[in-house]
Ligand binder design. Sequence first.
Ligand code: ADP
Length: 478
Amino acid sequence: MARDLKLLIAGEWTEGTGDDHYEISSPVTGEHIYSVPKASQQDIDRAVAAAREATEEMRHWTAFERADMCLRIYDLWQPRVDEVARILTLEQGKPLQAESIDDIEESGDYFQIAAEDVKRLSGEYIPTTERNRRMFTVHRPVGVWAAITPWNFPVMIPMEYVGPGLATGNALIVKPPEFTSWALLEMAQVFEEAGVPKGAISIIPGAGDIGEALVTHQGIDAIGFTGSSPTGARIVSQMGLKRSIMEMSGNGPTIVTEDADIVKAAEAAVYGAYYNAGQVCVATERLIVLDEVHDEFVEASIKAADVVKLGDPFDEHTNMGPLNNEATAAKMDRHVADARDRGAEVLMGGGRAIGHPTELYYEFTIIDDVPEDSMVSQEESFGPVLPILRARDDEDAVGVANRTRLGLQAAVFTNDLTKAFYYADRIRSGTVIVNDSTDTWETFQPFGGAAGTDTGWGRQRIEEFTDLQTIVFSLRED
Ligand code: ADP
């Protein structure tokens, strides 16, 4: 039976004051799974006002008090992992055993790490030109954040903002997409139990119009956005002088050189293309293989693809579930058709799998001899596809790799150290991974794109949630 969910606003679970609801079906079963109210402008204003009060309160807490709050959240998080992971699978489609459980568990880690980081977040004592002057810096909370987050990691990505945000005394209004908000709302019960001040976290699911209402709201100081590049560009043009962290699309190249371990490279490439059904900003989106090892690589990747088990994501043997939504499946259809039209060869898959409860189950797809100007090469596909492009030599491979605006995370397979540096020095990408999938991830890895508008995270992620305040003293001249 479908659940009636409530919004979390100003510390209360509420229907809100709007008239509309979103009715959401599962990509796994096609069944109606929940209904969630659509917030009104009045609800948004209330969340913003409560957030302001909460951050004003928390800015006076010590770092150790905020760290303790984060550790309480972390402790309350763990016993709920299995229950929330099941909801995540039902609403998002990712396989329960292979992905959802780890995904929810790892989402809680942000609180533990933020608790550690905030205790070491110190300012500087700065030298001055005047003998009686003393100058130092302290980190202050930025204030009220809107975190606008996507549907591929509907709990983890919000926590990338909420963990370090709360630890530094900010208040956050999280806006997940309306169609992946249940797991997040379910887990959000831990905030109240952990003693998070009322209003420090509000959760308002919704579509782009709710996002826009937050982006343009005068009471919001900063925007955290993870999503597609076109939406990110729109947000930047609308938000005015708000602080922001923008994390957007990737079209990461993976390069396989002549001296690579071809079997390992093929396994990693396949993994990067099927994990979360390819719906990851660091998915293996473009495989660039040097001519000399092309045939060997193609053969190895077809073999490696045996590992993919598409099916019911609640089945423990399944490692790839359905795509999350029709827009993504339709984009896959377009990319495959365009590649075919341009003369590429579909070696495996290339369409929707039949015999499943919805039409969102997509075959694992390998496409060979993909021309560089095809959609599957130029754009982020966000589906289970491995497009293989050829390169004549290293210089050619770098050229192909860099002809994108979406340089988020790249990979190079080589056993030659000099060659690894050759590529790392030339590929314009936020991260370059040597000898592993682009889909390689550490919770607090610095993260962000080159060649695009992406600002990403610095090494000290926690600092991004603070304003640096300088305090200057003029001492009495004795
Ligand atoms: P995708 O194409 O993967 O759904 P989007 O970038 O459209 O990615 O969505 C990411 C997040 O941005 C979602 O929470 C979505 O609702 C939100 N969003 C979409 N359009 C806008 C907008 N114009 N202003 C603010 N947020 C938006």
